[in-house]
Design a protein around this ligand. Structure first.
Ligand SMILES: Nc1ncnc2c1ncn2[C@@H]1O[C@H](COP(=O)(O)OP(=O)(O)OP(=O)(O)O)[C@@H](O)[C@H]1O
Ligand SMILES: [Mg+2]
Length: 419
């Protein structure tokens, strides 16, 4: 049995399911999923807790299953947050360098970061992540580590990701009511990206879409860094809802039909139409149903992808994404979705599976578990490179937050692997 220090747990509380992963960090730093528990999630809507008793019950069930199968009992875990309340601020902060010879010292960087970190948010907001995008000296940008360089002015660009206190507290309380300490809170879009994107994609430019049941989490990466994130409160549930209304069948049946028969690839639709005319032996009703299904599902997914594209376009990133779109989340299993995404975005698209993580095939071979796998991967980075966020004020105080934050900054500056 591995020691407690090497064990790591993550809970992905999604709109449709809760997944608990208990992992182990191997000697070669590879993460291995030892056990998992995944159950239907009740009490969540569009990524938000709407019934805390129900969400806590689902969390308890999923933890119980994971614990039973590895015989390892957890008292703390990393958890994900999402929802349309998530937002970000990108800002530059600058200081003059007054040292002899205008050489940037470690203390200058610390001073700059502590100023940059003082962003003005109302008490209704929580800062979830503070991510350094780049440093700049005088007019030269894209500096990774400015210590030792000579300059008049030192600047830093920071992406601060924050959300509303109330929905975040509701997730925290659901987990605490299950007697689990929260080790940290991680943005789900960041976790999914951590799971499915390659370092090359993050460097060149890529759009990650995690289309779940109730939300679509979006992250854009450029020059190795996240530059944009967005949560659209629409996911696969709405597709099933449309099928349910369109075909006048119960939601559960619509879910089943969607998973078995829906296909949003235009080639599939063309084939259906051709076959219908030529092959008289084919069941006409079945073909007509498939065509109807195509048009219902295609309309909804097209609308969803177009909304995302417009959002990314509004920030001016759409023309610098050579690696295209990576789709993950349960709805990535929808047949033909990468073909439709290629058409809408006019870019290459692929399905994103969890990468560089060992574990049961049903987890690591299914995009539905990307967030959970990414939570484990990101959790490992946080554990090893110190805690740099400040969501839990009390916890932060206990651990000497500012000291840890600075420590983390220097570790990431020195460590290229932290991406
Ligand atoms: N084969 C499939 N074809 C189409 N849709 C599928 C398929 N398999 C799963 N889905 C859909 O994936 C969705 C669930 O995805 P996922 O588990 O990623 O969501 P979640 O994490 O619970 O929710 P969210 O992240 O939105 O809060 C459901 O809408 C489900 O119908
Ligand atoms: Mg999810």
């Amino acid at each position: 049995m591995p020691s407690r220090d090497e064990m790591i747990a993550a809970i992905d509380i999604g709109t449709t399911k809760v997944t608990t992963l208990i992992g182990n960090i191997k000697k070669n730093n590879q993460i291995e999923i030892k056990s998992f528990g995944t159950v239907e999630c009740k009490g969540m809507k569009k990524g938000l807790v709407v019934d805390i008793n129900e969400s806590t019950k689902s969390i308890l069930n999923s933890i119980g299953i994971a614990e039973k199968s590895s015989n390892f009992f957890i008292d703390g875990a990393f958890i994900g947050v999402t929802g349309k309340h998530i937002s970000f601020i990108n800002n530059w902060t600058e200081i003059n360098i007054a040292s002899p010879g205008k050489i940037v010292r470690k203390s200058d960087v610390e001073k700059l970061l502590s100023i940059a970190n003082r962003i003005n948010l109302s008490s209704e907001h929580y800062v979830i992540h503070t991510l350094i995008k780049q440093f700049a000296i005088d007019d030269e940008k894209d500096i990774v580590d400015p210590v030792g360089l000579s300059t008049d002015k030192l600047a830093v660009e920071i992406l601060t990701i924050y959300g509303s206190v109330i929905p975040i507290k509701n997730v925290i309380n659901s987990v605490k009511a299950a007697n689990i300490e929260i080790e940290d809170i991680i943005l789900e879009a960041l976790a999914s990206s951590e799971a499915v994107l390659t370092p090359e994609e993050k460097e060149s430019g890529v759009i990650m879409l995690d289309i779940g049941g109730g939300t679509t989490d979006v992250a854009v990466y450029k020059n190795k860094k996240m530059v944009f994130t967005y949560c659209l409160p629409v996911g696969g549930d709405l597709i099933s809802n449309d099928i349910s209304i369109g075909l006048n069948i119960p939601f559960i049946k619509a879910e089943e039909i969607k998973k078995k028969f829906a296909n949003v690839d235009h080639n599939f639709y063309e084939t259906l139409n051709k076959v219908n005319i030529q092959d008289l032996k084919l069941d006409r009703n079945k073909t007509a149903l498939n065509i109807r299904l195509y048009s219902i599902v295609n309309d909804r997914v097209k609308e969803l992808l177009t909304l995302v594209k417009e959002k990314v376009e509004a920030y001016g990133f759409i023309h610098s994404i050579p690696c295209g779109v990576v789709i993950t989340g349960g709805t990535a299993n929808l047949k033909g979705i990468n073909a439709l995404a290629t058409e809408i975005f006019d870019m290459p698209a692929r399905i994103g599976y969890p990468l560089d993580i060992e574990g049961p095939a049903e987890i690591v071979n299914n995009p539905m578990y990307s967030t959970a796998c990414g939570l484990l991967k990101y959790a490992y980075q946080i554990r090893h490179f110190a805690d740099y966020n400040r969501i839990d004020e009390k916890k932060a105080k206990n651990k000497g937050f500012i000291a840890k934050f600075k420590d983390f900054i220097f570790k990431i500056l020195k460590n290229e692997n932290f991406e």
